[in-house]
Design a protein around this ligand. Structure first.
Ligand SMILES: [Zn+2]
Length: 327
């Protein structure tokens, strides 16, 4: 992993560490982009129907790795995939996301060389949600970025104002309506979601949704609505889901979460009381859990009570509180 100045504790979250230079000042130069793509330093980041090309390895000793293909020797990706989308520069290489979703799986695998003697031999199109936590964080961020950008592009082929087709600009970071009278610019979007650990004294509020893995308990969360501050969204979501009123809402860190298009914004907040009125339409249950009891359950690897997966910001919010670093 390359060095850069540490910015904040967001750097500790999965999918959040990157030293990629997005080169935003240069991506409007089509000649420069073409030279980067077609030259010996162009690298393609293949994505097929939201799945990234990954060598699964044999974890934990041999972790999964991103498969990044030289553009020069993979001309078929340029011909048959959608127009490559510029991601940025790193280590002298230029990275482009290549969307192969129009092909069927066998075709997409074949042109990447999945079963041939190439860099991609043995690789698979895998869901980053399951492999990301085991990967090098810089590569995890690169794959998340590629996946997020291509999801946005698939959803903005047509102008939301007039319905005409949109066309790419700035290496794919902008889509402009093709109708000259409309000409609306559409920029990549990410949906802000707040996620918060609510505490009351030495207790924290955790809940469960029915669809979660057995035993998993996590923090409350929800999307920010227009007209709200982040803190208002935290207070509203906590009250809607648990009946608890909060104050002292404090920002913790953020995490790109392109599954499919979110930015998670983590908070700690204090409850005014421990009285609950759980919304059972949204949650299977929610309750207060004492800090020492939670630590004991984790220590003995309880099957009945688990914290969320370690790549989630929810886990970071819990870990920091358990360690006395918050609330
Ligand atoms: Zn339009």
């Amino acid at each position: 992993m390359s060095d850069r100045l540490r910015l904040s504790r967001s750097d500790d979250n999965f999918y959040a560490w990157s030293t990629l230079d997005r080169a935003s000042a240069r991506r409007g130069d089509e000649g420069w982009l073409e030279a980067q793509l077609r030259g010996p330093l162009g690298r393609l980041v293949p994505v097929w129907r939201s799945r990234n090309l990954i060598d699964p390895g044999a974890p934990p000793e041999d972790p999964p790795e991103a498969v990044l293909l030289p553009a020069e020797s993979h001309g078929a990706l340029l011909e048959r995939g959608d127009e490559p989308l510029f991601l940025g520069l790193h280590g002298g290489l230029a990275y482009f996301a290549s969307d192969l979703s129009r092909l069927d799986q066998a075709e997409a695998e074949a042109i990447c060389g999945v079963r041939a003697e190439t860099e991609a031999n043995g690789a698979e199109f895998l869901d980053l949600r399951f492999t990301g936590p085991m990967m090098n964080r810089e590569h995890g961020n690169l794959l998340a970025y590629a996946r997020g950008m291509l999801t946005w592009r698939r959803r903005h082929r047509f102008c939301g104002v007039c319905g005409s087709e949109t066309r790419p600009k700035d290496g794919g970071h902008l889509r402009v309506c093709s109708d000259a009278d409309c000409a609306t610019s559409h920029f990549p979007r990410t949906d802000p979601a707040v996620i918060m650990l609510v505490t009351y004294g030495d207790k924290c509020l955790l809940g469960r949704q029915k669809v979660w893995p057995p035993g998993m308990h996590s923090t409350l969360a929800g999307f920010v609505e227009p007209g709200e501050t982040l803190e208002m969204a935290v207070a509203r979501e906590v009250f809607e889901e648990s009946g608890v009123r909060v104050h002292d809402v404090r920002y913790h860190s953020s995490q790109p979460w392109p599954f499919p298009t979110s930015l998670m914004l983590g908070f700690h907040a204090r409850a005014l009381s421990d009285e609950l009125d759980v919304n059972t339409e949204e949650l299977e249950m929610a309750d207060w859990f004492r800090r020492d009891w939670v630590i004991e359950q984790i220590g003995r690897r309880s099957e009945d009570f688990k914290l969320p997966r370690r790549d989630s910001i929810a886990r970071q919010l819990c870990e920091d509180w358990l360690a006395g670093r918050a609330g």
